[in-house]
Ligand binder design. Structure first.
Ligand SMILES: *Cc1c(COP(=O)(O)O)cnc(C)c1O
Length: 404
């Protein structure tokens, strides 16, 4: 048995398909983001503009967030020092959970070390506790939800993306007596489309199902206080569980779920991914707390974010670039094959100082490879013009199709 050969063959497959992942080595400049420094080239440090970060609002450099983290570090030191159950339950954690429960209009919330783990741990635990549970899962759900559903051992029925008729068909064919859970997202981050949340809640009522909504790409950014699409559409009270991250628009790190006291108590008490791991550093929690509090009362970032996204979409469309029909802040531009997506990203970085990561399978289906831009409040008009001109030049250099 040649173990090494087997591992090498796995890597070779990725190279052959053009989807071997190269991580770009960068440092963001605090106070000047999306400007950053890149260490990927041969000539040392190169200034770049970041166009693909999920720090959508630039909260990772917000003075309140940075100050709160400095203060926490100097006040209580670096790490939590334990699991939540054993010495790692700091007052910062308790405060942030209260703040998050309030954000989503729920009785309680629970923190995890990432959004990925919050999905995995919560879905696995809830569906395991409910005897003979069936999970109805949107076809484009994030890998972390799929992992949680799989680890629950529950039966899974996948409905076509945002397809209410298909979801209803699957609900209707399932035994009335079995517990049911519908798991879906609000903003789907690769296409930028939004789920019909109200209609899914109506189906949940009709078939007596629970609902689990991942608002990772919406928290902080939508709703009057940053509670997400469910807040914007006044639906938060209709959802059983709302899940979010502190690592994207909130600009720090960590994940959470918000739900009833009983459900949170169950997850807290039964989920291995919550129990058997050191709790988030209080420094991170303090930063997230400042960020959540700021975005609850400040609308400027959200307004500016929407304006910037609309402006970039318009600009790229006017230039004949194939912007996919996103109804959110995500600006996906279709390329259609992994080799060219990677090549474009390389040219943008090396020749134009524009950093956008190619998005390939399995993140998106094969043949729908794309560049995914995430403009935010700190991307200027001049940066957008530079980006557009670069894309137009590369589009003709690589002889890609434009749209009329
Ligand atoms: C990024 C992401 C997660 C995971 O959140 P992290 O905090 O980055 O672990 C969960 N769900 C969706 C839809 C995501 O895009």
């Amino acid at each position: 048995m040649n173990y090494d050969q087997i591992f090498q063959a796995a890597i070779d497959r990725l190279h052959n398909e053009g989807r071997y992942r190269v991580f770009i080595d960068i440092l963001r400049n605090k106070g000047a983001y999306p400007n950053a420094r890149c260490f990927a080239g041969h000539n040392g440090e190169q200034p770049i503009t970041v166009w693909c970060s999920n720090d959508y609002l630039g909260m990772g450099q917000h003075p309140d967030v940075v100050a709160a983290m400095e203060e926490a570090l100097h006040s209580v030191g670096a790490g939590a020092g334990g699991t939540r159950n054993i010495a790692g339950n700091t007052h910062y954690h308790v405060d942030l959970e209260t703040e998050l429960a309030d954000l989503h209009g729920k009785e309680a919330a629970l923190l995890f070390t990432s959004g990925y783990i919050s999905n995995e741990a919560t879905l696995a635990t809830i569906a395991k506790i409910l005897p003979d549970c069936v999970i109805f899962s949107d076809a484009l759900n994030h890998a972390s939800m799929i992992a949680g559903i799989k680890n629950s051992g529950a039966e899974k029925k996948v409905f076509r993306h945002n397809d209410l008729a298909h979801l209803e068909e699957l609900l209707a064919e399932t035994d009335d007596a079995r517990p049911k859970l519908i798991a879906f997202e609000s903003v789907y981050s690769m296409d930028g489309d939004i789920a019909p949340i109200e209609a899914i809640c109506d189906l949940a009522d009709k078939y007596n199902a629970l609902t689990y909504l991942d608002e990772v790409h919406a928290v902080g950014m939508y709703g009057a206080r940053g509670g997400g699409i469910a807040e914007r559409e006044n639906l938060m009270q209709r959802l059983t569980v709302i899940e979010g991250t502190l690592g994207k628009a909130f600009g720090v790190m960590g994940g959470y779920v918000a739900a009833s006291k009983t459900i949170i108590d169950v997850v807290r008490s039964y989920a291995p991914g919550f129990i058997f791991t050191t709790s988030l550093s209080p420094v991170l929690v303090a930063g997230a707390l400042a960020s959540v509090r700021h975005l609850k009362q400040s609308q400027i970032e959200r307004d500016s974010h929407q304006e910037r996204a609309a402006t970039l979409k318009h600009m790229l469309r006017e230039a004949g670039l194939p912007v996919l029909p996103s109804v959110s802040h995500i600006v996906p531009v279709a390329v259609g094959d992994p080799i060219r997506a990677k090549k474009m990203s390389d040219i943008l970085l090396m020749e134009y100082g524009i950093y956008v990561q190619p998005i390939n399978y399995p993140t998106v289906p094969r043949g729908t490879e794309r560049l995914r831009f995430t403009p935010g409040p700190h991307h200027t008009d001049a940066m957008m013009v530079h980006l557009r001109d670069a894309l137009v030049e590369i589009w003709s250099r690589l002889e890609l199709k434009k749209v009329a």
